[in-house]
Design a protein around this ligand. Structure first.
Ligand code: URP
Ligand code: ZN
Ligand code: ZN
Ligand code: ZN
Length: 510
């Protein structure tokens, strides 16, 4: 590893760490181009006690303040990853990045907050939340939670209310895949959508038809295809398109906003684009693996090399990646996640004889900011302000944390990155900060490097060195009724009044 971590409590001072006589709580970032989602300007940023105090040119400070020169560089809100799985028990094992190692990796890559998915314990949401709060005690950056809904009864319904009203959770994920495990049926999805709507919580879907995937897997096994390529062949884009369309239509029927996680295919993306064009509130989240990779890796004759690409929905054939990039740049897709769900070679080897047993998931929490910059900004597909929007601001808005998060504004949390567009990055498992022994982006190089990460007002990444402090991350409570719910009631009222005439006619006829 290229760097090591400071001890909790002492924080600074072990070998390789910088000991500073300056105040750790006062920072001035001088002369950079400060970028927000709607504006950029050359300005200084002054930070005190974890909060941005001022953003303007030529701020003068005393010599007790740590000064960072950002001339010629971009000063932007820290990345917010809307989709991660740290310390998740899944497919008979547990992801090897926990809330410390995964977050430390994130900080090294310019991400300063993530939203992870709580998995209920035996159907209990509160037990699930307790378990995740425990896992998250070692956090070194801010985090929030979505909650998965894996069954339905009165208790789950009641607990959803408690999660939203008392626990700071404002989104619930429904899995339309993973038959026999996390998958739910349409009846449950409908109940969930109705409940989400009444609570002002955002419904999220993993959109693949799980019954058809099961059928597709049988087909592959019958054909004698047992390797990692069978994973992609068994769950083609049409099954993602079907489930995406179904979820979108059911959300329309209920009239509630919908968030489609890990959009991997043109098929799914086009359903989202069509719905948005008709005025429906649908958010599409591509993930960095889907944006920059294609399925060729799944055909690597070396099992471990191939198995590291196994995730669901699968990484698609060449062409889907470019189409997803284009959809991001035109606004048909709104923000980028990672679905960071790290399983090492030993864990991936569970499926050496049968692709159905390969734990599903790839890395990305450390690589997202760099790869999105290189792929989208450096290539000229989007502006720097758009970059801030799709990596940070839009996530903060959707999950109702803006402008505390997702902005460089006076009063916002001091989660800040300094990116040097003239510097370059290189990705390899030999130097990344995740506990993974592989990297799905192995060997990638590009332009634009996050040189400094500031989380909660503290410099945690500088000169390729991490100063992540376990326990320093805060749980961010998210309130319901984000902007996506504005006007939902008016559409409901219109629908009800449109039913007046049919009701009259129906009564008259009977
Ligand atoms: O393969 C994946 N995506 N693993 C994580 C679980 C999920 O479906 O998000
Ligand atoms: Zn150290
Ligand atoms: Zn999923
Ligand atoms: Zn996921």
């Amino acid at each position: 590893k290229s760097s090591e971590f400071c001890d909790a409590g002492t924080g600074f001072g072990d070998s390789g760490c910088v000991v500073s006589s300056k105040s750790a709580s006062k920072l001035l970032i001088k002369g950079g181009t400060v970028v927000n989602a709607h504006h950029q300007e050359i300005a200084d940023v002054y930070v005190e006690d974890g909060i941005i105090v001022a953003v303007k040119p030529n701020i003068k400070v005393g010599d007790d303040v740590t000064v960072l020169d950002a001339t010629g560089k971009f000063v932007m809100p820290g990345g917010i990853d809307p989709h991660t799985h740290l310390a998740m028990e899944f497919m008979g094992t547990e992801t090897i990045d926990d809330f410390f190692s995964g977050q430390a990796a994130a900080l090294a890559g310019g991400t300063t907050m993530h939203i992870d998915f709580v998995i209920p314990v035996k159907g209990s949401l509160s037990k699930g939340l307790e378990a995740y709060k425990d896992k998250a005690k070692k956090s070194c950056m801010d985090y929030g939670f979505h909650m998965a809904i894996t069954k339905w009864d009165e208790n789950v319904s009641r607990e959803m209310e408690i999660m939203v009203k008392e626990k700071g959770i404002n989104s619930f994920k429904f899995f339309l895949a993973y038959k026999g495990a996390l998958m739910i049926n349409d009846e449950l999805l409908l109940e969930g959508l109705k409940k989400c709507k009444s609570l002002g919580a955002l419904a999220m879907v993993h959109a693949e038809n799980g019954d058809a995937v099961f059928e597709g897997q049988k087909r592959m096994i019958e054909l004698g295809i047992t390797g990692p390529e069978g994973h992609a062949l068994s769950r083609p884009p049409v099954l993602e398109g079907e489930a995406t369309a179904r979820a979108i239509r059911l959300a329309s029927f209920v009239n509630t906003p919908l968030y489609v996680v890990h959009v991997m295919s043109i098929d799914a993306m086009e359903e989202i684009a069509k719905a948005r064009k008709s005025g429906q509130r649908v958010i599409g989240e591509p993930v960095v693996s889907g944006l920059v990779l294609d399925d060729s890796g799944l055909w690597d004759p070396d099992f471990i090399n191939a198995a590291k690409y196994v995730m669901s929905p699968p990484i698609r054939a060449l062409g889907h990646d470019k189409a997803l990039q284009a959809a991001l740049s035109t606004g048909n897709l709104q923000l980028v996640g990672t679905d960071h769900c790290a399983f090492n070679s030993t864990q991936k080897a569970f499926g050496i004889d049968d692709f159905r047993k390969i734990p599903n998931g790839v890395n990305g929490i450390e690589e997202r900011m760099h790869l999105v910059w290189d792929t989208m900004v450096e290539s000229g597909q989007i502006s720097v302000t758009d970059y801030v929007r799709i990596t940070s601001t839009e996530c903060a808005r959707i999950f109702n944390m803006y402008p505390r998060k997702g902005a460089i504004l006076a009063g916002s949390d001091a989660d800040i990155i300094i990116l040097n567009p003239n510097s370059s990055f290189q990705i390899t498992a030999r130097s990344h900060h995740s506990r993974l022994d592989t990297n799905v982006f192995e060997g990638r190089k590009g332009k634009g490097k996050v040189e400094v990460t500031i989380a909660g007002g503290k410099i945690v990444w500088e000169n390729d060195e991490l100063k992540a402090v376990p326990g320093s991350g805060k749980y961010i409570e998210m309130q319901p009724f984000s902007y996506l719910f504005n006007g939902i009631d008016k559409v409901d009222a219109k629908y009800l009044s449109s039913l007046q005439a049919p009701v009259q006619r129906s009564k008259a006829a009977s």
